[in-house]
Design a binder for this molecule. Structure first.
Ligand code: 4NP
Length: 160
């Protein structure tokens, strides 16, 4: 395994929450000077090959982040061997990931908000069938989780 931490964010469709988490995490890592590998994937097949939902792209763009090049893909069993952390956005995602994880998984499986002190066990709510404010909430949660995760990984890197 390389020194650079590899993180996979996973939601249901891979068009709203996990691309936001991936983008927020990459931005937070860059701000902190932490070298990372980040991707995102989904548990459902509906939107494979599609870019992120326009509402998700819009909320990221308001923070200066473009994610139009991202294409939705499914999480695979090999992802649990390739990544250090496989991170679900909600409790259903976490249950799906635990079912999918192979016996020889390398990755640690967790919820994004487990990494935020005081928010352990909380889900990032699915905004897909909601209004624009739900995308603001998902983005704010993604940023909070991403920053906490970067702080944790920086601490781990400092101990090596
Ligand atoms: P995501 O949102 O899991 O945050 O990407 C969803 C996108 C699509 C659907 C559900 C959630 N869908 O049912 O198509």
């Amino acid at each position: 395994m390389s020194e650079k931490p590899a993180i996979l964010f996973v939601c249901l469709g891979n068009i709203c929450r996990s691309p936001l988490a991936e983008a927020a995490f990459r931005a937070a890592a860059e701000r902190e000077g932490l070298d990372v590998h980040a991707e995102s994937a989904g548990l459902g097949k509906w939107h494979l090959g599609y870019p992120p939902d326009p509402r998700a792209q819009a909320v990221a763009r308001r923070s200066g982040i473009e994610m139009g090049d991202k294409r939705a893909r499914l999480v695979t069993t090999d992802d649990f061997r390739r990544f250090d952390h496989v991170i679900g956005l909600d409790a259903d995602n976490l249950a799906g990931l635990r079912r999918l994880a192979p016996a020889d998984a390398h990755a640690t499986v967790s919820l994004l908000l487990d990494h935020v002190p005081g928010r352990e066990g909380q889900s990032v709510t699915d905004p897909y069938y909601e209004d624009d404010s739900a995308f603001d909430d998902a983005w704010n949660d993604a940023c909070e989780g991403a920053e906490a995760l970067v702080a944790r990984l920086r601490g781990e890197a400092a101990q090596r």
